[in-house]
Write a protein of this length. Structure first.
Length: 153
């Protein structure tokens, strides 16, 4: 069973955003990355989309949602500065071929926790915005993972 964990695409700079950080949107480059991710991920027939409630995470999945006609569900377990153990609980229960959008602090900690628990990392880690972790899960647990580089946008 395969899961896809996406770090949100490029957003505007925190220092240049006046509103609540949770509402900070994707930049023009971020939208281009989101479109490129949708192209690549739609070929893999995802069946569920789950996102952090942050606007930038939701927007990263919007082109894929439109292409696949799948509604994006938000889950606070994926939100920035959250409890990685709760994120892991979510990953343990989602359906095969789920695409998950989260943050640059949560994804590395989750992958490192899974690695400490025995999951094999089959590529150089990539934590950049719009990178994707492809995680293989069996009934026995998380087996392996590798990272896709962000789209060239």
């Amino acid at each position: 069973m395969t899961l896809f964990i996406v770090r949100h695409a490029k957003a505007g700079k925190r220092s240049e955003w006046d509103g609540e950080d949770e509402l900070r949107p994707l930049s023009e480059t971020g939208w281009e990355q989101a479109e490129a991710l949708a192209e690549k991920l739609s070929d893999l027939a995802p069946n569920a989309l789950i996102s952090s409630p942050a606007t930038r995470c939701i927007q990263t999945l919007e082109p894929l949602s439109k292409a696949m006609k799948i509604k994006i569900v938000t889950d606070k377990k994926l939100f920035e500065h959250g409890d990685v153990a709760k994120m892991l609980e979510l990953l343990e229960t989602v359906d095969d071929s789920t695409v998950i959008s989260s943050h640059g602090d949560m994804i590395p900690e989750c992958i490192k926790l899974l690695e400490r628990r025995g999951m094999k990392i089959k590529s150089k880690p990539d934590w950049r915005k719009a990178s994707v972790w492809v995680v293989e899960r069996t009934k026995h647990g998380f087996e392996s993972a590798y990272a896709w580089a962000p789209p060239d946008k």
